[in-house]
Design a protein around this ligand. Structure first.
Ligand code: DX5
Ligand code: ZN
Length: 215
């Protein structure tokens, strides 16, 4: 099993104090930063885009995992590359062709990840397992932080881990939504090794313990 990587989602941070919020989670031992990008079309919410990612890039050396909840990811890969993304996660349910998006991300020298919403079958990611760095299994409906973990997504984590093992692929499986000290063990047990957590980490009075409790 891979080392467990903790990815705080800045969606739950104070955007007016991003620099100190990022330093706080870095000092608490977080491994990477999860940046949620929403276009108000693919999901019913709007968050941030490339200019904010560029500002974040200037103030931290943390690995930036950009989760694109947007309808046309292919159009924006160059912009996120330029802004400083290290990994781009895009939805299989988006309007772009997955093979083209993965190819473009790889050409940009960034790590590709495919994301599936709760209602999308695990097998939808199987054709891409050999090409991607990670698969992100949404454990809530994308669009908002602070929702409850959907337990019926757990079996998909296991199905994807089993398929990756069958193919001997050292795949990262990321989970996102409702991750806290109670749900993290369930996701890890099923085979997840990258844990995104927004409200659990940023709303905590003790961020060091919150990060440690997930690991
Ligand atoms: C939801 C986002 C998540 C969100 C998770 O659409 O993709 O990354 O920030 O928030 P919590 O951890 O509060 O469920
Ligand atoms: Zn996310």
């Amino acid at each position: 099993m891979n080392k467990i990587l903790i990815a705080p989602s800045i969606l739950a941070a104070d955007y007016a104090s991003l620099k100190s919020e990022i330093e706080k989670v870095k000092n608490a031992g977080a491994d990477m930063l999860h940046v949620d990008v929403m276009d108000g079309h693919f999901v019913p919410n709007i968050s941030i885009g490339p200019p904010v990612v560029a500002s974040i890039r200037k103030c931290t050396d943390m690995f930036l995992d950009c989760h694109l909840m947007i309808s046309e990811p292919l159009k924006y890969i160059d912009a996120f590359k330029k802004a400083g993304a290290d990994m781009i996660s895009f939805h299989l349910e988006s309007d772009s062709d997955p093979d083209e998006v993965i190819e473009k991300i790889i050409q940009c020298g960034i790590k590709p990840a495919v994301v599936i919403k709760p209602q999308t079958a695990a097998s939808a990611v199987f054709p891409y397992l050999k090409k991607v760095f990670a698969v992100l299994v949404m454990t809530v409906e994308p669009g908002f932080g602070g929702q409850s973990f959907m337990t019926d997504t757990v079996k998909k984590i296991k199905e994807i881990r089993d398929e990756a093992e069958r193919l001997s692929i050292p795949l990262h499986i990321e989970v996102d939504g409702g991750i806290d000290k109670n749900t993290a063990p369930v996701a890890k047990e099923a085979g997840a090794d990258m844990l995104v957590a927004g409200s659990y980490i940023f709303n905590s009075d003790d961020v060091v313990s919150a990060v440690a409790s997930l690991r």
